[in-house]
Design a protein around this ligand. Structure first.
Ligand SMILES: Nc1ncnc2c1ncn2[C@@H]1O[C@H](COP(=O)(O)OP(=O)(O)OP(=O)(O)O)[C@@H](O)[C@H]1O
Ligand SMILES: [Mg+2]
Length: 237
């Protein structure tokens, strides 16, 4: 008879450090979203209202103030564009209710909009879609960090994202053609640590392949779990 032993519990201080770090990153995300919403729903709407008032005033003015009002409208127009762009960039795509494929497509799409100079390709190969929200959210966040890292550190021109399902695992890869994670990689940051812990939480593995000067490939594989029923959502990906 095989007696199975429970795996040893991680040391308590380790659990707390990881939980704290997850909490901090969740709060950071929540706060970014809150600021973006405030900007969008508050400041932006006030600026738009102000612009409309000035446009009305301009129609009723013919004196020396006309050109000043006209300049103010032009300035407001530019400011509105900037605030709108900031709010749009800071708002994370909403993935509640999305399937895995839809969420991954949304992450790629939102990244591509913000980094139009990068050539980003998304390939889905043999994926039975899932609405398992833990897997979807975990892989979505890992993908976001990996794409952000490629944009921030790699000096890449091309990024390829693949999503496949094989041998009972979902596998997501992000490959860039940049400088590679070299010995000069900055340590003590949170991004990769969070990616690794998210993969481990899902019972999966996450690895990097990188040669200096020839790009980086991040590969994460997580086991598929019993399927939840596919429901139709508002997503077309
Ligand atoms: N695709 C990549 N190409 C080249 N270097 C990379 C790549 N991804 C990560 N790195 C290197 O690994 C380091 C650690 O990445 P990590 O995501 O953990 O931290 P970070 O992006 O610097 O900061 P943050 O905590 O905000 O994510 C980066 O500072 C960078 O030097
Ligand atoms: Mg990072």
């Amino acid at each position: 008879m095989v007696i199975r032993r429970a795996p040893p519990l991680p040391r308590p201080h380790k659990i707390r450090a990881q939980e704290l770090s997850d909490l901090v990153s969740d709060i950071r995300e929540f706060e970014r979203e809150r600021v973006a919403r405030e900007l969008h729903d508050g400041v932006l709407q006030s600026l738009v209202a102000l612009k409309i008032k000035l446009e009305n005033a301009l129609q009723a003015t013919s004196g020396p103030f006309a050109s000043e009002i006209s300049e103010s409208i032009a300035q407001l127009y530019a400011d509105i564009g900037e605030v709108r762009a900031i709010a749009r960039n800071e708002l994370p795509p909403r993935i509640e209710g999305a399937s895995l494929r839809q969420a991954i497509a949304l992450a790629v799409e939102s990244f591509t909009k913000r980094h139009s100079s990068l050539d980003v390709v998304f390939r889905r190969i043999h994926v039975n879609d899932t609405f398992d929200s833990d897997v979807t959210w975990g892989l979505f966040r890992i993908l976001q960090e990996s794409l952000n890292n490629a944009a921030q550190h790699a000096r890449a021109t091309r990024i390829i994202v693949t999503l496949t399902e094989q041998a009972g695992s979902y596998e997501l890869t992000v490959t860039d053609d940049g400088i590679g994670i070299g010995t000069n990689a900055r340590l003590g940051r949170r991004g990769i640590v969070n990616m690794l812990s998210r993969a481990a939480d899902l019972g999966g593995t996450l690895t990097f392949e990188s040669n200096e000067g020839s790009g980086t490939m991040m590969r994460v594989a997580v086991p598929t779990r019993p399927r939840t029923t596919l429901e139709s959502g508002d997503y077309s990906a």
